[in-house]
Design a protein around this ligand. Structure first.
Ligand SMILES: [Zn+2]
Ligand SMILES: [Zn+2]
Length: 392
């Protein structure tokens, strides 16, 4: 069966995968601006004979391989497309040609791998028992491109019944694949809290409603949200990351602005955080004679990997890198908008090791020095191809 030599064929694809990744790396585009990127991706998908739709969720691209006789719902494989507003360090031949923009999260590699998967599956088309959907999604980095992709009706249009995504990870060694069942990455919500007081002379505080003192109490009170309201074995984070108020030592200002972020791994904890922040903020501000004005900005939900899909993916990962190189990682407090897909269909989000300490590839994601060990690329393409054939 042709599937048996998938590993060799993926390995032979390495040069092309590296070329694609570097071509994309040189021309990074931010969320919902991925026009050149979309053209690059769709051109290659068409060459490979896929049905291609462009301008899905503005700059997204969807390609479909039809199985000769589909025996079940389609499998969706997702890559993100966007870069970050980061200035890449100088001196790399394949470095970004666009000042102030960089593929600093590895999404260039994700696209190259997914194109590689299409190449691998083209030769196995007769063996496909289900349609395979190649979903190139824009704007993962905080803009919620996944939400728009789903709103465009991609799951219904393609009759997708499961979804998989890979993320290259420089903090895990190349040659490893890391995954876990259940909650994997955090839900992320943000809040802006205005403590509205009544300003005045710093020596006449009794004529004012001091928002600085009130804000100090608010910040302290918020420290009890996680410690007193969330189950100690359920991870959660509340951080007040920004405080702004006042302009002189002897003037009490009219208001103070606080901003913070919340991370959680279940809808239950997420709701608790939100309710307690709201109650404590309102009560504490009012107790100090100030008016509360709270604004929540809901972010991505938690990434929750389906148990059965993850077990299946784990078996397949063992075929790609061997038993000892498939690792269960702890939950991560970062967030990912693939979470929206996993709320609709079962699937799993997998980390592909791309770090290499010996070669100095250790910089964290979103940094100017970020890079990947490109030998991860054929492994990723092979893993996705096997998932397309035998995933849930
Ligand atoms: Zn990122
Ligand atoms: Zn990313």
């Amino acid at each position: 069966m042709a599937q048996d030599d998938l590993k060799d064929r993926a390995e032979r694809l390495t040069d092309e995968l590296v070329q694609w990744r570097r071509a994309l790396h040189r021309h990074p585009e931010l969320g919902f601006e991925e026009h050149r990127t979309a053209a690059f991706v769709s051109e290659r998908l068409r060459e490979l004979g896929l049905e291609v739709r462009t301008e899905v969720a503005r700059t997204g691209v969807v390609g479909v391989f039809r199985a000769p006789e589909a025996a079940g719902p389609a499998v969706l494989l997702r890559s993100d497309m966007d870069a970050l507003p980061v200035q890449e360090i100088e001196g790399r031949e394949y470095g970004s040609r666009v000042p102030g923009k960089m593929h600093a999260c590895g999404h260039d590699g994700h696209m190259a791998m997914l194109l590689g998967t299409a190449r691998l599956l083209r030769d196995l088309r007769d063996e496909l028992r289900r349609d395979v959907v190649f979903c190139f999604q824009p704007a993962e980095e905080g803009h919620g491109g996944a939400r728009e992709m789903l709103d465009s009706g991609i799951l219904e249009d393609t009759r997708a019944g499961s979804a998989y995504a890979l993320h290259l990870w420089s903090q895990f060694p190349v040659g490893t694949i890391q995954m876990r069942s259940g909650p994997t990455m955090a839900a992320q919500d943000e809040f802006t809290a205005r403590v509205i007081g009544r300003g005045g002379h710093g020596a006449l505080p009794h004529r004012t409603a001091d928002p600085i003192v009130a804000a100090a109490h608010v910040i302290t009170a918020l420290q009890t949200v996680v410690s007193r309201n969330v189950d100690p074995v359920a991870p959660a984070v509340l951080t007040v990351g920004s405080v702004h108020g006042g302009s002189a030592p002897n003037v009490i200002p009219d208001e103070v602005l606080l901003q913070g972020t919340l991370r959680s791994f279940s809808e239950e904890v997420r709701e608790t955080l939100r309710e307690r922040v709201s109650d404590l903020f309102e009560g504490t501000a009012r107790a100090h004679g100030c008016l509360p004005d709270l604004d929540f900005e809901p972010g991505f939900p938690a990434v929750v990997n389906d148990a059965e899909a993850t077990a299946r993916a784990r078996k397949i990962a063992v075929e790609v890198v061997g038993e000892s190189n498939v690792v269960e990682h702890p939950p991560m407090a970062a967030s990912e908008d693939f979470a929206y897909f996993l709320r609709e269909v079962p699937g799993t989000f997998i980390f592909l090791g791309a770090g290499n300490a010996e070669r100095g590839i250790t910089a964290p994601h979103h940094s100017a020095e970020f890079d990947i060990d490109e030998s991860a690329l054929p492994r990723g393409a092979e893993l996705l191809a096997r998932l397309a054939i035998r995933g849930l």
